[in-house]
Design a protein around this ligand. Structure first.
Ligand code: AMP
Length: 363
């Protein structure tokens, strides 16, 4: 089986690594050759708008998956008309637009923050009278890691906020003083089997994920999250791994957004579980049985952002893994991550914070 991956960043790199452990091959479609996935997979160079190149790519793979949801739906539909695209273009199309995503959550009775669609300054002015402050203005598309977002504290800020997001179609959303943030990650295969991990707790700074740990949230929240995930997977006839991020407030979940792919918060599954999110995704694509996900060892993950520290400073720890994506350093860019394991969860989480503080260098 040869799996075509659209994109060749770190998620494709880690998928390719897992593909090797299943005896699968990968081929990554990328617009340039300087890509993290080159370490683990051959690349196929082409523009995403070039249907002729895409057609050649199609002839070399058995199915297609993605590592980034921001691909034009027309391109996805073109690919899907020739080979299985997993997950499908409908699912990817919803997740790449915050308004469609929020409306989708609402239609399934999955609680989410209040929101209003914005397509002009007049609409923003009127929405700012309907939602309480503080509120967040978020572009509908291409927003990630807190990009394309502005926090509004008063009605006087609408005009500058509208300019800051370059007058792009957006949503205005309730700012929620959450207790914590969590994500649920799971997969569904063509045999309709669903498997998911326990909730993961996520700590963000300046909109960027910094630390992920296994959640110690009540069982009821796990049940709620699993139900929401299953509802979405079934509704979209989804195949592959899906992640949903939630805010937790007073033991209630509020869906923030979802990702139709393996997810940064799931990197800890590499060391924590009997099957990682990368293997789980590939198993789902190939319609293999999805394994029960056994916890092997409590694990925490720390993102390495902006500047990669020297691995020698960390590798004296025998229970630590250092992932270097092989990317050029840039402010706020995710360059790698560390996972550490320890049966003593309190000591583990303290160590994760300590490592995070030692590597924090946002510029
Ligand atoms: P997003 O790009 O929507 O994932 O936002 C990035 C981060 O910004 C989230 O993980 C939260 O930490 C924060 N954030 C986003 N939306 C809200 C909100 N409505 N209320 C409070 N914090 C938010």
């Amino acid at each position: 089986m040869r799996i075509g991956i659209l994109g060749a960043g770190q998620l494709a790199q880690l998928l390719a690594h897992s593909a090797y452990t299943l005896g699968f091959e990968t081929l990554c479609y990328a617009e340039s050759s300087q890509q993290p996935a080159t370490r683990n997979s051959p690349l196929f160079i082409g523009e995403l708008k070039d249907n002729k190149r895409l057609q050649e790519f199609l002839s070399k793979v058995d199915l297609i998956t993605i590592e980034n949801e921001n691909i034009e739906v027309e391109t996805l539909q073109f690919l899907e008309s020739h080979l299985p695209l997993l997950p499908n273009s409908k699912a990817i199309g919803i997740t790449q637009d915050r308004l469609l995503e929020k409306q989708f959550f609402k239609s399934l009775n999955i609680p989410t923050t209040e929101f209003i669609a914005i397509d002009s300054l007049t609409a923003l002015d009127s929405a700012s009278k309907q939602l309480p402050f503080p509120a967040l203005l978020k572009t509908r598309r291409f927003g990630y890691d807190g990009k394309g977002q502005v926090k509004l504290s008063t009605a006087h800020q609408t005009s500058s906020a509208w300019k800051t997001i370059n007058e792009m179609p957006a949503i205005l959303e309730n700012f929620i003083a959450f207790d914590t943030e969590v994500s649920i990650i799971g997969a569904r295969n063509a045999a309709k089997q669903i498997s998911c991990y326990p909730l993961i707790t996520n700590h963000h700074e300046q909109g960027v994920l910094r630390i992920s740990t296994l959640s110690t949230t009540p069982h009821s929240l796990q049940q709620q999250a699993e139900n929401h995930l299953s509802t979405v997977l079934k509704e979209l006839d989804y195949i592959g791994v899906l992640a949903i991020e939630f805010f937790v407030k007073n033991n209630q979940l509020y869906a923030n957004e979802m990702a139709p792919r393996v997810h940064n918060s799931g990197h800890l599954t590499l060391e924590a579980f009997s099957c990682s999110q990368f293997e789980l995704h590939l198993r789902a694509l190939a319609n293999l049985p999805l394994p029960t996900l056994h916890l092997k060892q409590p694990t925490a993950m720390i993102n390495l952002i902006s500047k990669l520290p020297d691995n020698k400073l960390f590798l004296k720890e025998p229970n630590l893994h250092f992932y270097d994506y092989g990317k050029l350093a840039r402010p706020y860019r995710k360059l790698g991550h560390i996972t550490i394991t320890n049966n003593n969860v309190q000591a583990l989480n303290e160590k994760a914070i300590q490592i995070h503080q030692s590597v924090t260098d946002l510029k």
